[in-house]
Ligand binder design. Structure first.
Ligand SMILES: Cc1cc2nc3c(=O)[nH]c(=O)nc-3n(C[C@H](O)[C@H](O)[C@H](O)COP(=O)(O)OP(=O)(O)OC[C@H]3O[C@@H](n4cnc5c(N)ncnc54)[C@H](O)[C@@H]3O)c2cc1C
Length: 472
């Protein structure tokens, strides 16, 4: 006899585990099948948490390197990073958080079924780990199997010298030279980490600018800052081949001007995106509609097969790319669990998803870029305010960057907010709420921003949209 549940979730990443907790809160008997030895998926084990832990180490090193400026005496000893301690601390944080999810499962009476799940049709799920277990979902199966690093033609990932983020978070030594393919969030975060740790970092980006999904002004500011920090960036640069030889990699690159170059690095980090995980799931066997390997869902995360939903990195809603972000997968998980429990569900507005990139200087953005707003036909007004003018930024010694607001001229409505610089990944929360509440620029101007804070730049950028920044 199969073990029966109301809901079976496959995958315990930020999509799956959050969906399970919400389903259990709403009274549904819930199980989660997870093949890893720990809960939390990419975000906790290989993604958000370990990378941001490493970035905090890089930040600590930066502060110590500038000790003199802070009036802190550390003597003449050379400042260095101890990678063993870095890894130990990072692993402790990861373990603490995965154990936290285990605790939440127990608290909510969610069963963790250990092993690899295979869909068998009509609510059935077989789980393989040693013996096969047979489960049945009375109401719904939620597929949340996530994503995995993806290579590109001509570049074979060997996980030793040509590595992915999975290996880059675990390096036991600081590479002398590191080449990074791709300048999305993952690429530029590792550039910041290893540049600060002491590596000679080169970024190779196929598109004409760094962080290509961000507003162009943000890309330009990051490029300027990276140059100052000694990070080399080649944009419009195509890696045609990478060959491991000895203790390094030879990387053939076609540059924007048509010339070619071979770069030698200790490691090549491939950060060109992630692909869906459906291997062994039997998606075809149960008739799931797929698009480019992703599971196709509607705005309520229902697949074409009744009784099977899918959320997170593994899905496509059709059309332009679905954001592969932890908070998106969790939001989708909550909506799906509530719908299954019979609650009214409202579709997510993907224009209101905040994006945070924790490189140095960090980036926070939400809504339309200036170029996107123009493309959608808005008569656009923008206002920009530099962080460098703020007292708080001067005190912190972090004066790079700005807040840029994109607004519609006709109704004064907020369309997008883009920022780069200190605390941008926190400040973007205000902009996200403002967008969700359909704020006008005038309402942002009338919102009182505490002094001295970095958030004053948001109020000032709003003033700037109306041509009247106070402190410029
Ligand atoms: C280096 C890096 C940094 C990142 N930083 C951020 C960040 O700062 N902020 C942010 O929002 N996002 C970040 N992300 C993205 C974020 O990690 C993902 O968007 C998020 O984890 C997706 O969640 P998910 O639940 O869809 O899938 P996943 O987290 O990938 O979880 C899927 C789970 O399913 C399990 N699984 C797969 N197939 C089966 C099967 N057949 N049976 C049983 N179990 C199975 C897997 O083992 C895995 O645990 C980062 C990603 C990377 C790689």
């Amino acid at each position: 006899m199969p073990q029966e549940y109301d809901v079976i979730v496959i995958g315990a990443g930020t999509g799956g585990y959050v969906a399970a907790i919400r389903a259990a809160q709403l009274g549904l008997k819930t199980a989660v099948v997870e093949k890893q030895k720990a809960l939390g998926g990419t975000c906790l084990l290989w993604g958000c948490i370990p990378t941001k832990a490493l970035l905090e180490h890089a930040h600590a090193l930066k502060v110590v390197q500038h000790a003199k400026e802070w009036g802190v005496t550390i003597g003449d000893a050379a400042v260095a990073i101890d990678m063993n301690q870095v890894q130990t601390r990072k692993d402790r944080i990861v373990t603490g958080l995965t154990k936290g999810v285990e605790f939440l499962f127990k608290k909510n009476k969610i069963d963790w079924i250990k092993g690899t799940a295979r869909l068998t049709g009509h609510g059935g799920v077989d789980v393989f780990e040693g013996d096969t277990q047979t489960l049945r979902a009375r109401t719904e199966i939620i597929v949340a199997t996530g994503s995995t690093p993806r290579g590109v033609p001509g570049v074979e990932i060997d996980r030793k010298r040509i590595i992915t983020s999975d290996e880059a978070i675990q390096l036991r030594g600081v590479p002398g030279t590191l080449a990074i393919m791709g300048s999305g969030a993952v690429g530029v975060e590792f550039a910041s980490i290893y540049n600060r740790f002491g590596s000679d970092v080169t970024i190779l980006e196929l598109l004409p600018r760094l962080v290509p999904v961000e507003d162009e002004a943000v890309s330009a500011e990051l490029e300027k800052s990276f140059r100052k920090q000694g990070i080399t960036s080649h944009t419009s640069a195509k890696v045609t081949r990478a060959t491991v030889s000895g203790d390094g990699v030879d990387i053939d690159v076609q540059l924007g001007d048509g010339s070619t170059k071979t770069i030698r690095a200790d490691y090549l980090l491939v950060a060109t995106g992630r692909g869906p995980v459906t291997a062994g799931l039997n998606a075809d066997g149960v008739g799931l509609q797929m698009e480019k390997g992703y599971i196709k869902v509607d705005a309520e995360y229902k697949t074409n097969v009744p009784g099977i939903s899918a959320i997170g990195d593994v899905i496509t809603l059709g059309g332009p790319g679905h954001p592969q972000l932890a908070h998106v997968s969790s939001a989708e998980g909550i909506i799906t669990a509530e719908r299954i429990a019979g609650q009214e569900s409202r579709p997510l507005n993907y224009d209101h998803v905040p994006g945070c990139t924790y490189c140095d200087p960090e980036i926070g953005s939400v809504g339309l870029t200036e170029a996107e707003a123009k493309k959608r036909g808005y008569d656009v007004r923008v206002g920009t305010f530099p962080f460098g003018v703020l007292g708080r930024a001067k005190m912190a010694g972090e004066t790079e960057g700005f807040v840029k607001i994109v607004a519609g001229k006709q109704y004064d409505e907020l369309l997008g907010v883009h920022m780069i610089g200190l605390r941008s990944t926190e400040l973007v929360a205000e902009a996200t709420v403002a967008l969700r509440l359909e704020s006008t620029v005038e309402e942002l101007i009338r919102t009182i921003h505490a002094h001295p804070t970095m958030s004053e730049a948001i109020g000032e950028a709003a003033h700037a949209v109306h041509g009247a920044a106070i402190h410029l």
